[in-house]
Write a protein that binds this ligand. Structure first.
Ligand SMILES: [Zn+2]
Length: 321
């Protein structure tokens, strides 16, 4: 379904089959030049959905803005970019998006997770089952990198780039101050809490994320357009909820940790999760991965604030109170 959310701005809900996220919102801004914000996975279902939106709007050519490196946001960039398209992303995530093509990125991500306590898979690589890898774009992208404060003009809008590291290291939002509209990607979501996870080159993603929430809280926003779920009525209320959620999670992690050395995987196993599974053993492997990523970001935050200790043993991090 294609929905008009403001003058010349349309939402296309793109299905993400067999994925807990279920859907992504791609946004299309029309005018003398068009802009597509985020694309869906590199899978035919996503491609068909976007194609139908383009047909409905009579669009042949579009520029693209990619909020961040996750494959549900950038998987179809090579398919929807034409020779005349300008493709925007932050330099940090743009570089990682190109690094995701091929094996090296996924091997390094696997090794990073093992270092942070995720068990080595009995067969092959953990990242082989990662949905981000399965439905990743298959070609490098010639990005035009955007930096904080850059302005992109589409339709009657003047969108300023606001960098919001946390969900990914180079996550970027678009903000029109006059119209009070913010495209926030996965930085703020209504129905779920954005996953905060370790990434190559990052050590304290939760600190980055909380700083970015505080940054967005200062903007005057009336229409918040998120990449998953319905638009959020009260951005400021939702930011407060997300801040509270992470405070509570930090307390829970402290309690679960106790004063025995534990890996992030052991902590994740003992945390509470809203998932339709009997117990930890019943979690699908990708969900164990995301849960461990969440535990890592909270443990690292506590470690950097001096509340817990960290020790490296045989190349693996252990934490305790
Ligand atoms: Zn994401």
């Amino acid at each position: 379904m294609l929905t008009k959310v403001a003058d010349n701005i349309y939402t296309k809900v793109v299905p993400l089959p067999n994925n807990p996220l279920r859907e992504i919102n791609s946004y299309i801004i029309t005018g003398s030049k068009n802009l597509l914000i985020d694309t869906g996975f590199n899978r035919p279902e996503c491609e068909e959905a976007l194609m139908s939106a383009f047909t409905e709007l009579g669009i042949v050519n579009t520029d693209l803005f990619i909020t961040h490196l996750h494959s549900d946001h950038c998987g179809l960039v090579p398919k929807f970019a034409t020779k005349s398209s300008t493709i925007f992303a932050s330099e940090t995530d743009g570089e990682l998006i190109n690094f995701e093509v091929g094996n090296l990125y996924w091997r390094m991500l696997d090794d990073l997770f093992i270092k942070y306590g995720f068990p080595k898979a009995a067969f092959g690589r953990n990242t082989d089952i990662h949905p981000g890898r399965k439905y990743c774009h298959d070609a490098r992208v010639d990005f035009t990198y955007v930096a904080e404060g850059d302005v992109l003009k589409y339709g009657d809008y003047e969108f300023e780039v606001v960098l919001t590291p946390g969900h990914t290291p180079g996550h970027a939002c678009l903000y029109d101050a006059k119209k009070k509209i913010l495209f926030c990607g996965d930085h703020i979501l209504g129905t779920i809490t954005p996953n905060i996870c370790i990434e190559l080159g990052v050590e304290n993603p939760l600190k980055d994320y909380l700083d970015s929430l505080a940054k967005i809280e200062k903007l005057d926003v009336q229409l918040l357009l998120t990449a998953h779920g319905t638009p959020i009525e009260d951005m400021y209320g939702r930011i407060k909820e997300l801040q509270k959620h992470h405070e509570e999670r930090l307390e829970e992690v402290m309690q679960v940790l106790g004063n025995q050395w534990k890996t992030s995987y052991m902590v994740a196993r003992d945390m509470t999760w809203e998932i339709d599974c009997k117990d930890w053993d019943d979690f699908p492997q990708p969900q164990k991965w995301f849960a461990t990523g969440e535990a890592i970001s909270h443990l690292q935050y506590l470690f950097f604030t001096g509340k817990i200790a960290r020790e490296e043993n045989n190349g693996i991090y252990y934490y305790k109170k």
